[in-house]
Design a protein around this ligand. Structure first.
Ligand code: ZN
Length: 381
């Protein structure tokens, strides 16, 4: 029987070609767990591939072959009809008990994402390959649960895996292209709107009254009509001499100064705090333009730049409480927008729910305290 995962266009079947010495024995138990690993070697190193790991496992450790059934290789990007993807190497038959989680090998399928995610970040092509492989394995009924290496008995000390596999595999794999992260270029006037209310309502998007005036030289702000479409984008000329970009900045330092101009010596206009997620419009020198919040440092270790926030898991108060980076990003974003989610701790509790509820009310979108497609879109697209 052919498996679904064999149809993934980024799959490379190397079962017959990878270095090996003998054969792993057959599993005596059915696979219940999918075990996620990272390689702890930098993803761009020459040896951070299935073949590299196989050589090491065979020659240095004396194993029959590479210890994983699948290896995802961020350095080998494949063009597929679905878009670019990190290559997935198929290393052993599913029924082989490879070595990766000790006593749990019998019933755990090993999947390794090349890279050292203590310090590196997953790129989009790798995220998509993880999500698609996981979905295919679910469809193939290979395993029932996903676990990180350190969640297996005896491995709680392991720094593996260090990417948040739960969030990655919750990405809907139906999307064939990455979500767009551009600021909408136009805005349709709604009842009661003034430039001030628009700027206020959209303050997270960093649009100011002045921006709106500049972007709409032929519009009289005192004569706005419901249904009228105005320009909403900052034109390149608005931020002279800076490179236009779109993305988000995550504040990593406990506090971060906002500066009036793109210079570290210019007036401090306020502060951002740890965990906040702010929209970025441009970069000039070593500072980011963060719309109406002015400018902030673009330098590590104070901030981390995210080209886009791809998470789209449904977030709600559950039992046990949902945890994850996606919750943290929602908290950090909503805090910048002026709602108090409590501490930015990545736990979706009642305080976060009530902040989300108030945000939804302010946006006149469905008010349910649940972060679904619409709320995700408002916050991060
Ligand atoms: Zn591991």
């Amino acid at each position: 029987m052919a498996y679904q995962f064999e149809n993934l266009p980024q799959l490379s079947d190397q079962r017959k070609t990878l270095p090996r010495k003998g054969l792993y024995s057959k599993r005596t138990r059915v696979i219940t767990d999918r075990a996620w690993h990272h390689s702890l070697t930098k993803k761009d190193l020459a040896g951070s591939t299935a073949a590299g790991f196989a050589r090491y496992h065979v020659e240095s450790l004396g194993w029959p072959g590479v210890g994983y059934t699948f290896v995802i290789e961020p350095q080998n990007v494949v063009n597929t009809s679905n878009g670019r993807r990190a290559r997935i190497v198929y290393c052993h038959d599913i029924d082989r008990r490879t070595y990766h989680v000790g006593n749990s090998n019998q019933f755990a399928l090993g999947i390794c994402v090349a890279g050292d995610y203590r310090t590196e970040e997953l790129d989009d092509y790798t995220i998509m390959s993880i999500a698609e492989l996981q979905q295919a394995l679910v469809d193939d009924r290979i395993g029932q649960v996903d676990k990180s290496h350190h969640e297996f008995p005896g491995y709680s000390w392991k720094q593996c895996c260090r990417f948040d596999y739960q969030n990655v595999i919750n990405i809907t794999t139906n999307i064939s292209t990455f979500p767009k992260n551009e600021v909408p270029s136009t805005y349709m006037i709604q009842e009661g709107d003034t430039y001030w209310s628009i700027a206020h309502k959209e303050s997270a998007a960093g649009v100011t009254v002045d921006d709106l005036r500049r972007a709409n030289p032929n519009v009289d702000p005192t004569q706005l009509r419901v249904g009228q479409v105005i320009n909403f984008n900052l034109s390149e000329a608005d931020v002279k001499g800076s490179k236009k970009i779109n993305g988000f900045v995550e504040v990593l330092s406990s506090t971060l100064n906002r500066r009036k101009e793109p210079s570290f010596t210019s007036t401090v206009t306020g502060q951002l705090t740890r965990g906040m997620i702010v929209k970025v419009y441009a970069k000039q020198g070593q500072l980011f333009h963060i719309g109406s919040l002015d400018w902030c440092s673009a330098n590590a270790p104070y901030v981390k730049y995210h080209q886009a926030i791809h998470y789209r898991r449904l977030l709600r108060v559950g039992s046990p409480l949902l945890r994850g980076d996606d919750v943290r990003y929602v908290q950090g974003r909503i805090k910048v927008l002026g709602f108090d989610p409590g501490s930015i701790d990545g736990i979706y509790g009642n305080r976060t729910r009530s902040a989300v509820t108030m945000y939804q009310q302010s946006q006149r979108i469905q008010v349910d305290g649940i972060v679904g497609q619409q709320t995700w879109g408002r916050l991060f697209d």
